[in-house]
Design a protein around this ligand. Structure first.
Ligand SMILES: [Zn+2]
Length: 742
């Protein structure tokens, strides 16, 4: 019995305990717990993202290039909207009622419970007015964030821009929420992770009158935002600004590198644009305006435009030939005014007689360099054109051409050095010889090189055999770790002594050769001019150089589109940049003024007007695809676009097929006349006219010789990748070749 009684008490005790627990819990909930107190008071919690300040960017000398400015977004949580005076709110933020309704609808579709941006980047005065009345607009609050500012207005392409994150990124990366900002191109994109910092979260209590009542649980659940890291760029802001001024009213690209480190000192694409245009509420409008500009200011020519390197490439072939033992500095070749082959002639600008390496560089002798190229490809040790060509190509790739160098800039393209399969496809399997592709010897034909690659080749020559991967950021935060990534030396496999052999010729170029007019007193500049053929108009003007000869500090590569001879525009601009960097002041004021004032635009473009309608249409379609690239759309969508473009181009090149193949084959533009700088520009014009006339006469005589129509079509196909700027096309070609490989 007693056992039974005991059990009864135990059960009762358990029952009482449970009751007490419930009562206690109820008491706690009613008296102590904030969660329920909150809802009982009809308060709501608001989750507010705490956006960190984005990292700042400085130039190599500590000058501030990018900073932040406060901006305010009006946010809406659709489910919380109550008794709204729509007109009053619309008046304050300057929005039409229709737009307002559309925006709220879109926000509701995104989420009725989560906040969305209703009006982005309100001005300070709007924000002040709004702040006073905000308590009357339930469901709305202001989110502060920062906008980028570029005080120097330089290097738009290099900095890139920041914009709203795409839905795709939000899906892929949980860090981003709809309405967040992300770096879309340039440094802003490449260093997004470092620059963005880490978002924080504030949980605020808000009462029925839309008033903030402090942090929930005194901020116990808040997380603190971490400011983004500051970056030190390799850019020399003063040099960059100077270069941009030299390039005003011109189109083209320039890159200057410190050969000792691979640090990019200046990276110019002309025309440029003020990076501030792509910030704030006017961004979209400005973007489309730039996109429609026939001069394609959004296209980063310094990293993305492929140009045939012309005579500047002769140095690379000389170095390869010396390394392969098929050339010595004493070896001479006869130049009777051109290089004659069965079908055609590669013309030279002079009759140089028996000429050796040093004067061949100084005078940029085409004949000599055709011999040099053929000696590399036909080297008996390989026994076949294909193996000889493959060996040549591998050498060239080691100069950072035809493949990506993996710089820290997202827009870098790889350039084009055609593969063996490419030629098999164009000429037929085993139906091409070194003579068929001899134009590669003078930097023409299918070669496509970006100004960045031209500058890098000069860094290699300055370093006598190797390069550091070019880069734009040297320091992240306070750590020096980043620059260590670029300490590695990328060797070309060509020994120092061979570089010594081309140095004298390069020095002669400026002392008494093709760029004598651009000589700088007191600075020993070693360089090479070039002229790249342009089927659309006047040739492009090229120049590569480094200085000083001992202990080089700057290597440069540049191109002025439609600039004609290398000595006309590229060499003066290039040497002025070197003079500015090394001396800080310019002694050649007259030359400087001429470059500042010079206007060099494509043939159809007249300042202040648009291209002829036809051209404008064609070009703007090009721009679209290029900028898509800039935005780094997915590869395959790019390919599709490119395919379309190629077919368009083919159409246009088909009409050009009628042009005799010999126009290309004459290779007239590849060599340079020794030129003391012209005091008056008409002289230059005359020279160009003369050149064109010669070109035409070549065409006539040679085209009658070239009767095989097959050869003609082959030539025109060959020309296709060398359209003015056609990276997409070349990419396409490369893709085709890759796929045939597979
Ligand atoms: Zn010659």
């Amino acid at each position: 019995m007693s056992v039974f009684n005991d059990r009864k008490y135990v059960v009762m005790a358990i029952f009482v305990t449970i009751c007490l627990v419930f009562i206690g819990r109820l008491f706690y909930i009613q008296v102590f717990n904030d969660d329920y107190k909150l809802s009982a008071n009809n308060n709501v919690l608001r989750y507010v993202t705490d956006y960190p300040a984005r990292g700042l960017v400085y130039d190599r000398n500590g000058k501030l290039l990018v900073y932040n400015e406060a901006a305010y977004d009006l946010m809406v949580t659709p489910k919380q909207i109550k008794n709204l005076d729509t007109m009053s709110l619309c008046n304050i933020i300057g929005m039409t009622k229709e737009d307002f309704i559309k925006k709220v609808k879109a926000a509701r579709q995104y989420s009725p419970y989560k906040a969305s941006v209703l009006a982005a980047q309100l001005s300070n005065s709007t924000y002040a007015t709004l702040q006073e009345k905000l308590y009357t607009f339930r469901g709305f609050y202001v989110q502060s964030r920062t906008l980028r500012k570029y005080p120097t207005k330089i290097a738009g392409h290099t900095f890139g821009y920041v914009g709203e994150v795409s839905d795709k990124v939000v899906e892929k990366d949980s860090y981003y929420k709809s309405g967040d900002y992300i770096g879309i191109s340039g440094i802003e994109k490449a260093y997004e992770k470092e620059l963005r910092g880490k978002k924080g979260l504030k949980i605020l209590m808000v009462d029925v009158f839309n008033r903030t009542k402090g942090h929930f649980k005194e901020g116990k659940y808040d997380t603190i935002a971490v400011t983004g890291a500051n970056l030190i760029s390799t850019i020399d802001a003063e040099l960059q600004a100077y270069g941009e001024k030299l390039f005003q009213n011109k189109t083209g690209g320039l890159v200057a590198i410190d050969p000792k480190t691979g640090e990019i000192l200046a990276c110019i694409s002309a025309p440029g644009y003020d990076p501030n245009l792509l910030v704030g509420r006017e961004r979209t409008k400005n973007y489309y305006k730039l996109l429609k500009d026939p001069l394609q200011p959004l296209f980063n020519r310094a990293l993305m435009a492929y140009y045939p390197p012309g005579s500047t490439f002769k140095l690379v072939n000389d170095l390869i030939a010396l390394k392969e033992g098929v050339l010595s500095s004493e070896k001479t070749y006869p130049c009777p005014g051109g290089y004659h082959m069965a079908g055609h002639t590669v013309k030279c600008d002079g009759r140089h007689g028996n000429i050796s390496l040093r004067p061949a560089i100084q005078h940029s002798c085409n004949t000599y360099h055709c011999y040099v190229f053929r000696s590399i490809v036909d080297n008996p040790k390989f026994g076949s054109t294909k193996l000889g060509y493959t060996n040549w190509r591998e050498h060239v790739l080691r100069f950072g051409v035809g493949k990506k160098m993996y710089t820290d800039l997202p827009q870098e393209l790889k350039g084009n050095v055609p593969s063996m399969d490419y030629y098999d496809k164009i000429f037929g399997k085993d139906r091409w010889r070194s003579s068929t592709i001899v134009s590669l010897g003078i930097g023409q034909g299918e070669l496509g090189i970006t100004p960045l690659q031209m500058a890098n080749i000069m860094a290699i020559v300055a370093n006598k055999g190797y390069f550091h991967t070019p880069h734009i950021i040297k320091k992240i935060g306070n750590s020096n770790e980043h620059s260590k990534m670029f300490e590695k030396k990328n060797y070309t496999g060509i020994e120092k002594e061979y570089f010594d052999m081309v140095y004298d010729g390069m020095q002669d170029v400026l002392e008494r050769g093709t760029a004598a007019g651009s000589r700088v007193k007191g600075i020993n500049i070693l360089g090479k001019t070039g002229t790249a053929q342009n089927p659309h108009g006047k040739d492009h003007s090229l120049f590569v150089a480094f200085a000083p000869r001992e202990n080089p500090k700057i290597a440069i590569g540049l191109m002025v589109e439609n600039g004609g001879w290398g000595a006309s525009w590229a060499a003066p601009i290039g040497t002025l940049m070197i003079e500015k960097y090394l001396n800080d002041t310019i002694a050649r004021k007259e030359l400087e003024k001429r470059m500042f004032d010079g206007v060099v635009y494509p043939p159809h473009y007249k300042v202040g007007t648009e291209f002829e309608e036809k051209t404008a249409k064609k070009d703007s379609s090009k721009t679209v695809s290029k900028n898509k690239k800039e935005d780094n759309k997915k590869e395959d969508s790019k390919k599709k676009k490119d395919k379309k473009e190629v077919s368009e181009k083919k159409k246009s090149s088909d009409t050009e097929t009628k042009k005799p193949a010999a126009e290309k084959k004459s290779e007239k533009g590849a060599s340079e006349k020794p030129e003391t700088i012209e005091k008056n520009s008409p002289k230059k014009g005359d020279k160009d006219k003369k050149k064109k006339v010669e070109n035409k006469s070549d065409k006539k005589s040679d085209s009658s010789k070239e009767k095989t129509t097959k050869k003609e079509t082959v030539q025109s196909k060959k020309n296709t990748p060398q359209k003015e700027i056609a990276p997409a096309q070349i990419k396409k070609d490369a893709t085709q070749i890759d796929s045939t490989k597979k």
